[in-house]
Design a binder for this molecule. Structure first.
Ligand SMILES: *[C@@H]1O[C@H](CO)[C@@H](O)[C@H](O)[C@H]1NC(C)=O
Ligand SMILES: *[C@@H]1O[C@H](CO)[C@@H](O)[C@H](O)[C@H]1NC(C)=O
Ligand SMILES: *[C@@H]1O[C@H](CO)[C@@H](O)[C@H](O)[C@H]1NC(C)=O
Ligand SMILES: *[C@@H]1O[C@H](CO)[C@@H](O)[C@H](O)[C@H]1NC(C)=O
Ligand SMILES: *[C@@H]1O[C@H](CO)[C@@H](O)[C@H](O)[C@H]1NC(C)=O
Length: 247
């Protein structure tokens, strides 16, 4: 845990200790909750042996790889920015690393019912369409308790190395006439892609407590732990002391 004090603490009338406590509450508590894929209560959780906290958008992916059937069970979890009127998407891209070419599953509330549909994404106009690999047992849920939507599916893994798949994920805040509207273009949205290693974690049998792994593409580990947590506290402490400095 970070034991350092904020650099140059000079907030007027606010004791440094109270400020540090406030920072800890602000920074650590929500970050740890939002990213803890291993604490997410997902449906049929024994289907998934491994979970990943993805590096952006506080999204996570639970999965198992069935080598014999060349298929995977996946559960994708993310929170649409404005709650239940939005959408979440998870995709594999067999031909490129970004959004174009992505074979996507998108979940949203359609005529009142949570649903998940498939999209072959070729440009910024999305339209429901078949995708290049088979999917089955598809389901979608919205959890009001934490504001997340979940996509559940089994997929036939595309040809190629199952340890080096291109995955893409996304969240959006609205849906119009059953069509997901464009997402924001912040750094977090643009960075929502990486390499998925389906083979990772499949050496062990499905266990009640899923393995937590770090996304190999980014090397990002959980915010709120170890040096990342300390770094965040210091960064926020610096920002807050700069803020008070303006008064
Ligand atoms: C997980 O969700 C199921 C079904 O919604 C519920 O029955 C169970 O009590 C939940 N478990 C925890 C630990 O929240
Ligand atoms: C959970 O498993 C049951 C029984 O196999 C199945 O009927 C149901 O559709 C599954 N739900 C999800 C969200 O995968
Ligand atoms: C194996 O994959 C096929 C799709 O190619 C699917 O229909 C079948 O249910 C899968 N079997 C298992 C045990 O998952
Ligand atoms: C964009 O993608 C949509 C949906 O796949 C397709 O119908 C449309 O023809 C594409 N537009 C262009 C200009 O390629
Ligand atoms: C996806 O769209 C591209 C471009 O229109 C097309 O070449 C490809 O065959 C489509 N894939 C599927 C599975 O329909």
């Amino acid at each position: 845990m970070a034991s350092s004090s904020p650099p140059q603490p000079s907030p007027r009338g606010l004791p440094a200790a109270a400020l540090l406590l406030l920072l800890l509450l602000l920074v650590l508590a929500p970050a740890a909750d939002a990213l803890a894929c291993s604490s997410q209560n997902i449906t049929n959780s024994t289907l998934y042996s491994t979970c990943l906290d993805l590096p952006t958008l506080s999204a996570s992916l639970h999965f198992s790889y069935d080598r014999a059937n060349s298929s995977a069970a996946v559960a994708f979890v993310a929170a649409p920015p404005k709650g239940e009127d939005g959408w979440v998407a998870w995709a594999l891209n067999p031909t490129a690393t970004g959004m174009f070419g992505a074979q996507a599953l998108i979940a949203f509330r359609d005529a009142g019912v949570m649903t998940v549909k498939t999209y072959n994404i070729t440009n910024t106009t999305v339209r429901e369409s078949p995708i290049s690999f088979e999917t089955w047992d598809r389901a979608a849920e919205y959890h009001s308790a934490d504001g997340t939507m979940r996509i559940y599916a089994k997929i036939k893994v595309p040809a190629g190395d199952p340890a080096k798949l291109n995955q893409v994920w996304q969240v959006g805040s609205s849906v119009t006439n059953s069509v997901p509207d464009a997402h924001a273009l912040a750094a977090e949205n643009r960075g929502a892609k990486g390499t998925l290693d389906l083979v990772a974690g499949t050496g062990r049998s499905p266990a009640p407590a899923p393995t937590r792994v770090t996304d190999p593409a980014s090397g990002v580990s959980r915010i709120g732990e170890g040096s990342n947590g300390a770094f965040l506290v210091l960064t926020f402490a610096f920002l807050v002391s700069s803020f008070f400095g303006f008064y």
